[in-house]
Structures are given as structure tokens and as C-alpha cells.
Design a protein around this ligand. Sequence first.
Ligand code: ZN
Ligand code: ZN
Length: 263
Amino acid sequence: MVEKHVTPDDAIRKLEFLPQHDDISLASRVFYFGCIVAAGVLLVVNVVRIQEVLDVFPLWLPFVALAGMVAADFVSGLVHWTADTWGRISMPILGRRFLHPFRVHHVNPHDFLRRRVLETNGDTAMLVTPFLALTLFIPLGTLGPLVAAVFLTALCSVVLPTNQVHQWAHMPNPPGMVKPLQNFGIILSRQAHGRHHSPPHVHNYCIALGWCNATLTAVDFWRRLEQLVSSTTGIEPRADEARFVSESEELMNRRIMGRQCDA
Ligand SMILES: [Zn+2]
Ligand SMILES: [Zn+2]
């Protein structure tokens, strides 16, 4: 088969006809705005509350905070792997709302850059807000609950900007200080996340910081977990993703041909 040379025009046309993220309503924007403000305020209140009970800086604190951040990165990978690997976008509510963005993101990653601050950060803010609110009810008088409060606050502080960090990893020119943070591996880098975007999209699921990716890859964690789920449930991993990719290609080709016929 002769490879057809892809011109810039072809590439732009393909982007135009690929599946895109759903636009969100004004009500959803207002709701997301409320969630982001609530999460930000609760995060600050939790930090101040912890600080107030500490007479001296305890040695354990950075280790517990670090453990919370690592846990957040792992959770981002677990959620991402679950959404990429299992379920169908035809499932009621969850399918369109939760799984569809993951399917679109693999087929048309460029569309993620079209999403603005509220759309990018609203879902994670909605998720962490109840956890941050509950953390406020943890009594800080004894060591155990204080450690739990530090762990949860650190975890939520990393989960909250996960999608923002992910979007920065897609930007050719991210803002200000982001590039040095990416280059030093403090947050997810463009290069590390690029590995996830090479088909069949089975590496580097952690997108909050990217710290867990190397270790999880080294122990083949996600494939082992997949085998365990498949052998107990009989469900084939990424079956819905394969269907979505082939249907998207078909639809795109039909739309391009339709445009060519109209011209
Ligand atoms: Zn993915
Ligand atoms: Zn991505």
C-alpha cells in the first residue's frame, strides 16, 4: 500500500472532524466556579488550622505531606486507568459524563487545549471539596488525627490541579514557571505524558505529578491489575476504546468525503 503524504491542510481538516469534548452549559460553569472557589478556600482553611496547632515544626510533617502527594498521584493514575480501560460510553450518566472525555482525549488530544480554566478544573474541585470539608471536622488535639489531616490536605492539594497540570503537559508553551517545574520532574512533563499518548495508550497513567509512573511501569502494575480484573470478570480491557477509535475514524472519513463532494 502506498502511504499518502499528509499535508498541513489534511491535518487541520482531520482535527476539525475528529470527536470533540462536549460544550458545557452556563449553569455548569457557575457550578464549577463555585466548586473551585470552595475547594480553594477550604484548602487554605485546612492549612491555617493545622498550622495553628503546631507549636514547633514536627519532623514527620514533610514525610506525611509527601506521602499524601504520592497517594494523590497514584489516585490520578488509578482513575485514569479505570476510565481508559473499562466501561462503555453508552453506559447511563457515567458513560457520557465521565468516560467520553477520556475517549475523546486519546483520539483528539489537541481538543483539550480548547478547554478553559473552569471546564479544566471544575471536576477535580467538585471531587475534593467534600473531602476538604470533612477534614475540617478532624479533631487535631492528638497525633493520629493530626497526621490524617495533614495527609488528606496534602492529597487534596495535589488532586485539585490535576487536570490543569495535565493540560500544561499538552501545551507547547506553558505559562511562566510551569516549564521549569516540568523539566525538573516536580510536575508531569510534556515528554513523560507524551508516552501515554502513543497508541495503545497503556503507559504513564499518573497525571497529577507523574512521580509514580516509572515505578508502576517497572513492576508492570497496570497490566497485572488488568489481568486480574479480566480473569475474574471476563471483561476485555479497552474494548470500548477500540470501538470508539474505529467509529471515529469512519465518521471522520465520511465527513471529509462529504466536504470534498460539496466543494
Ligand atoms: Zn488516557
Ligand atoms: Zn493527555
